[in-house]
Ligand binder design. Sequence first.
Ligand SMILES: Nc1ncnc2c1ncn2[C@@H]1O[C@H](COP(=O)(O)OP(=O)(O)OP(=O)(O)O)[C@@H](O)[C@H]1O
Ligand SMILES: [Mg+2]
Length: 345
Amino acid sequence: MKATPRLAAADAPHARAAPLLGNSPAVVRLRREIERAAQFSSNVLVTGPSGTGKELVARWLHDAGPRHSEPFIPVDCASLSGELMASQLFGHVAGAFTGANCDALGCFRAAQGGTIFLDEIGELEPPMQAKLLRVLQERTVTPVGSYRSYPVTARVVAATNRDLREEVRHSRFRGDLYFRLHVIHLETTPLARRASDIPLLAEAFLTQLAAEGLPQCRLTPQAIELLCRFAWPGNIRQLRNLLEQAVIEAEAPSLSADLLSALLGDEAAERNAAWDSAETIVDEPTALPKLAWSTLAEVERAHLLQTLEHTFFNRSAAARLLGITRQALLRKLERYQIDLPTRRD
Ligand SMILES: Nc1ncnc2c1ncn2[C@@H]1O[C@H](COP(=O)(O)OP(=O)(O)OP(=O)(O)O)[C@@H](O)[C@H]1O
Ligand SMILES: [Mg+2]
């Protein structure tokens, strides 16, 4: 018997992503990058602080491209460990481990033709990083306890709020996996750096809350000003939560700055004091790089690492596979500052 992962209504095929709102240069640029990247199947890494819309970006990537009518399957890489995570991603056969009573498809195969969204990828344990790398390299997946492998046709989109380069530097995340995922890089911007979007976002959230059955409220001009001056450590999620609290607490349809200040507590006072003595927070300039494709050097470095792993770090074998001399390989290793484990040849 085959078990198919259960899909929440919002994750079912054809569910559309919520709008990605904003007119700030950062959001206009991000929307353009998403539209362009959506046409390809290359792996995507979405980075940015918590609550800035990484999952929304992943859903837009899926919806805006040719895969939109296929499944979008999110996986929280922080939620499970060991065999359970392997089973969640790759599936298992009955009897593979205690409690595996029937076959399970796994998220990679459930997402066939669509998108698998590997959320919180920075939390993946090292053994799982190795298994995932193999799947991405070979484009096949083998369920736990099985010898049979299946082709992977899902597009891989991963997200993290960690600085993965830093994680790689500290050997907490595999460099080769990082380069595999980082073919297209999309970055979300903290809300405080796109403060011009706050009035529009706030209005949209108040309309959404009213549609969900809460009272229809509006913000006073002073309340809008307060929102625009706040630093938003929890970003857009925090803004939405604050407005929901305010609508519930308010005794009139108008939401005042005093009410919002009270709900934000000491944090608001501190932020506003900091604001008074600080430079104005402005939206980012428009002239930033377009889609952050990997450079040739990054691709070459990733391929070198991959080949070395494949040959168990045997330099001569790696050079042969790459079609270059051993000397040329050693020069490249030096140039890319690739330190190898113990010498095998
Ligand atoms: N540009 C946007 N327009 C409208 N809503 C947005 C936008 N960006 C984010 N949101 C909303 O903000 C909330 C948080 O977004 P999301 O869950 O995608 O953030 P995240 O970066 O994945 O956060 P985390 O790292 O904590 O998982 C969601 O309710 C999302 O719909
Ligand atoms: Mg998220």
